[in-house]
Design a protein around this ligand. Structure first.
Ligand SMILES: Cc1cc2nc3c(=O)[nH]c(=O)nc-3n(C[C@H](O)[C@H](O)[C@H](O)COP(=O)(O)OP(=O)(O)OC[C@H]3O[C@@H](n4cnc5c(N)ncnc54)[C@H](O)[C@@H]3O)c2cc1C
Length: 416
C-alpha cells in the first residue's frame, strides 16, 4: 500500500479499518540469493538497496528479536557529515544526501529534520582544530560555518558562555545536520524492502554458518537451516559473536552507551548542540523531551542497559554546558551495545570466506550512516567488490596500517 494524502483520505472515510500491515511475516524459504544477519537499520537498508539498486530481490533479513529492537531504535537520532578525514567525509556526506531524499524514496515519514548541528569550542587551539575540520568539509563540497561567540549567543542563548572552567568561544555549525526519528527509519526500510520482495523474518536467531569447500552455503537458525548463496553480517553490537560463528575474530569491542530523555518542555533547543570539553550532546524531540547522551559506560558488555556512574558523569557535563538542565526531570534512559572498532571507523568489506561479507564497527555514530552503509554494503555484496565510498573501510586495514583514526585516540576502542 502506497502512503499518500489520497490513501489517508480513503482510509479516513472507511474508519481506518483497511490499512494493511507495513510488512509481511513470511516463513523462511529454503534458499535465498542473499541473507542478511541482523534486522537493524544497516541490515534493512542493505536489503532495501539490494532490491532497489541491484534488482536482487530473493533476499531475507534474519532478525533474532523484532525490527528496531537494537541500536536503530535506541540511538539519539543525530545525523551529520562533519568529518575530517578523506576516508570518512565522502561516505558520511553521501549518507546525508541519501537522508535528504529518503522519505520520498521509501514512501515513509521518518521526520528528517535538518535543524543544524553545532559543535562548541572552548579554547583557541580547539577553534583551530574545528576551523581545520570545517575547511576540510568545505573542500569536500560540504556546508560548514564557523560561528563566533556573538553569533552563537544569538542562536543558543541558554548556554553557559562564561563558565569559569569551560568558557564557550564559538561553534562549528553544519546546517544540514539534524535529527531523524530513529524507529521510523527501521520501519521505513523494512516496509520498502518488503514491498520490493524481501522477506523480513523476525524472531529468527542465527546460531551458525554452514560452509562447503570454503564457501558459505547458508546459516543455522532458530527456525532451522536456511540456504544462501551469499551472507552479509550486519549485527552491530553483536558482530563479534556472529563473526565468531564463522571462525573470525574481529578488531571490535562491545561497550554500552546510554541515552536519556527528559519530561516534555516547550520548544527550547532548536538545534543539536555538542559540548567541546566533555562528551555531551543534546537536542529536543518534536514531543518536547530533551534527548541527550555522553560517554560509553567504559567496560565491555552485551547488556542493553547502563550504570549510574555514567548517569552522573553525563549530567555533570550537561550542566556545565547548560545550567538550566539541573531543573529538568529525566523520565527515561536506556542502553545499547556499541561495536567499537580499533580506530573508530567502520568496516564494510568482503571477508576471507567466499560469499561472506561484513558490516560493523559503527561505534556510537552508525545511525547517521544507515542509508550509505546499506547502499555501500549492497554494492559490495552484489558486485563482490567494494564501492569507492567504502573502499577505505577494509577489514585488513589494521594489519596494513591504513587506520582511519578520526579522533586521533589510537587503538583504544572505548575512546573513539
Ligand atoms: C544510546 C545510543 C545513542 C546513539 N546515538 C547516535 C546518534 O545520535 N547518531 C548516530 O549516528 N549514531 C548513534 N548511535 C549509534 C547507532 O545507533 C548504531 O551505530 C547503529 O544503529 C548500528 O547499526 P544497526 O542499526 O544496524 O544496529 P542494530 O539496530 O543494533 O541492528 C543489529 C541487529 O542485529 C540483530 N542480531 C544480533 N545478533 C543476531 C543473530 N545472531 N541473529 C540474528 N540477528 C541478530 C540484533 O538483534 C539487532 O537488531 C547511538 C547508539 C546508542 C546505543
Amino acid at each position: 500500500m502506497k502512503y499518500s494524502v489520497f490513501s489517508l483520505l480513503k482510509n479516513t472515510l472507511s474508519g481506518h479499518r483497511n490499512w494493511t500491515p507495513a510488512w509481511r511475516e513470511p516463513d523462511p524459504k529454503k534458499h535465498y540469493d542473499v541473507i542478511i544477519v541482523g534486522g537493524g537499520g544497516h541490515g534493512l537498508a542493505t536489503a532495501y538497496y539490494l532490491a532497489r539498486q541491484h534488482g536482487i530481490t530473493n533476499v531475507a533479513v534474519l532478525e533474532k528479536s523484532y525490527i528496531g529492537s537494537g541500536n536503530v531504535g535506541r540511538n539519539t537520532t543525530i545525523i551529520r557529515s562533519n568529518y575530517l578525514l578523506p576516508g570518512n567525509e565522502p561516505f558520511y556526506e553521501w549518507s546525508l544526501k541519501l537522508w535528504e531524499g529518503l522519505e520520498q524514496d521509501f514512501n515513509f515519514n521518518a521526520m528528517v529534520s535538518q535543524r543544524g548541528v553545532i559543535n562548541l569550542f572552548h579554547s583557541d587551539p580547539q577553534r583551530d582544530a574545528f576551523a581545520r575540520r570545517g575547511n576540510s568539509m568545505r573542500m569536500h563540497g560540504v556546508d560548514a560555518e564557523l560561528l563566533d561567540r556573538d553569533r552563537l549567543r544569538e542562536m543558543v542563548p541558554y548556554l553557559d558562555f562564561d563558565n569559569g572552567r569551560f568558557p564557550i568561544y564559538g561553534g562549528l555549525l553544519q546546517k544540514r545536520g539534524g535529527t531523524v526519528r530513529h524507529d521510523a527509519v527501521a520501519w521505513g526500510f523494512a516496509r520498502g524492502a518488503d514491498m520490493a520482495g524481501v522477506d523480513i523474518i523476525q524472531n529468527c536467531e542465527v546460531s551458525g554458518f554452514r560452509f562447503d569447500q570454503g564457501k558459505v552455503v547458508g546459516v543455522e537458525t532458530s527456525k532451522g537451516f536456511i540456504g544462501a548463496s551469499k551472507v552479509g553480517m550486519a549485527a552491530a553490537g553483536h558482530s563479534g559473536q556472529v563473526a565468531e560463528m564463522a571462525g573470525m575474530r574481529l578488531p571490535i569491542e562491545s561497550h554500552v552507551l546510554q541515552a536519556f530523555v527528559s519530561e516534555g518542555l516547550k520548544p527550547y533547543i532548536n538545534n543539536v548542540v555538542t559540548f567541546g570539553v566533555g562528551h555531551f550532546y543534546i537536542s529536543q524531540s518534536d514531543k518536547g523531551g530533551l534527548v541527550f547522551g555522553g560517554d560509553l559506560d567504559g567496560y565491555n558488555s552485551y547488556a542493553q542497559r547502563g550504570n549510574l556512574p555514567m548517569v552522573e558523569h553525563v549530567v555533570e557535563a550537561g550542566i556545565a554546558m547548560m545550567p538550566g538542565l539541573s531543573r529538568i526531570k529525566v523520565l527515561r534512559s536506556w542502553g545499547g551495545v556499541m561495536d567499537m572498532s580499533m580506530d573508530g571507523s567502520p568496516i564494510i568489506d568482503k571477508t576471507h570466506i567466499d560469499g561472506l561479507y561484513i558490516n560493523c564497527g559503527w561505534c556510537y555514530g552508525g545511525f547517521k550512516a544507515t542509508p550509505a552503509s546499506g547502499w555501500c554494503f549492497a554494492h559490495t555484496i552484489a558486485n563482490d567488490a567494494p564501492h569507492e565510498l567504502n573502499a577505505a573501510f577494509r577489514l585488513n586495514r589494521f594489519a596494513t596500517g591504513d587506520m582511519i583514526d578520526e579522533s586521533g585516540n589510537g587503538p583504544t576502542p572505548n575512546l573513539h
